[in-house]
Ligand binder design. Structure first.
Ligand code: TMP
Length: 254
């Protein structure tokens, strides 16, 4: 088969032209970066696992009527997605203090926040993705006030749903990052969840031991990175070793 035309290469994924207009193929690499690509490495099998994990979570979110760009998984490393206009804002939700909020505000890592906090970062590598307020986003026209209403509403629903889903398999959803895009269909425009949801952009802690099961193992050189990503997939019931017919639902933990 002729190789598809590459449209964009990011740090962890590549986007190719899709088979039909309005579609793209999202390819998941094993490459990992941290601290705006100052730290680079490879996590063997990460692309395969993130492809599966993101497929699973986006399909679950679609079941509760969260609109997403996901269409279907094509193979081990690729998924077919709808082409959207990415809004250049990273939306972070935090349930427990960790990472940059702990550093910036001096809140010890592991402190449960009084309520879930949404933060916005401007997607701009040259500026190191600076934190911004909704004011900047609407004033500079990166998104409109109605777009932001949709984004905040969707993000809170995603957080509620994913927190429960992960808790059911013994994982605490500490925080995560999502991105949204504008999907144009006929005359209509809808804000949809885009990018990926995987241990690359979530903090996932084992509920019993608080052991980290996400990219912080790479960022902080904690070792057992591949094992952690595999364990997340295993608990969700989606380890790729299982044949399609053997795919089961999540392992519910007591
Ligand atoms: P932070 O504590 O470093 O701000 O990260 C918050 C969450 O966002 C965490 O789950 C990791 C995720 N994240 C990304 O997905 N991409 C990024 O570039 C950064 C900085 C964080």
């Amino acid at each position: 088969m002729a190789r598809r035309r590459q449209l964009y290469e990011g740090k962890a994924k590549i986007l190719f032209e899709g088979p039909e207009p309005g579609t793209l193929v999202q390819y998941f690499k094993d490459d990992a970066t941290a601290f705006n690509a100052q730290k680079k490495g490879t996590i063997t099998g990460k692309g395969v696992l993130n492809n599966r994990i993101s497929e699973f979570l986006m399909m679950k979110l679609a079941e509760i009527n969260i609109p997403t760009h996901f269409i279907r998984r094509l193979n081990m490393r690729e998924q077919l997605i709808k082409e959207v206009e990415i809004i250049p804002v990273e939306v972070v939700v935090r349930n427990i203090a960790a990472g940059s909020i702990s550093q910036r505000l001096g809140i010890p890592e592991g402190t449960r926040l009084p309520r879930s906090i949404i933060e916005f970062y401007y997607k701009n590598d040259a500026l190191n993705d600076p934190i911004v307020a909704e004011e900047h986003i609407t004033a500079f026209g990166w998104a409109t006030p109605p777009d932001m209403d949709d984004i905040v509403h969707l993000t809170l629903r995603i957080n509620d749903f994913l927190s429960g889903l992960f808790l059911g398999v013994g994982i605490t959803l500490v925080d995560f990052k999502v991105e949204f895009g504008r999907l144009y269909e006929n005359e209509d425009m809808r804000i949809v969840l885009a990018d990926e949801i995987s241990p690359d952009n979530c903090r996932l802690w084992d509920t019993k031991t608080n052991e980290k099961m996400d990219k912080d193992r790479f960022r902080r050189d904690l070792g057992k990175i591949e094992e952690a990503y595999q364990e997340v997939a295993r608990r969700l019931g989606i380890l790729p070793e299982a044949g399609a017919r053997d795919l089961k639902g999540p392992d519910t933990m007591q």
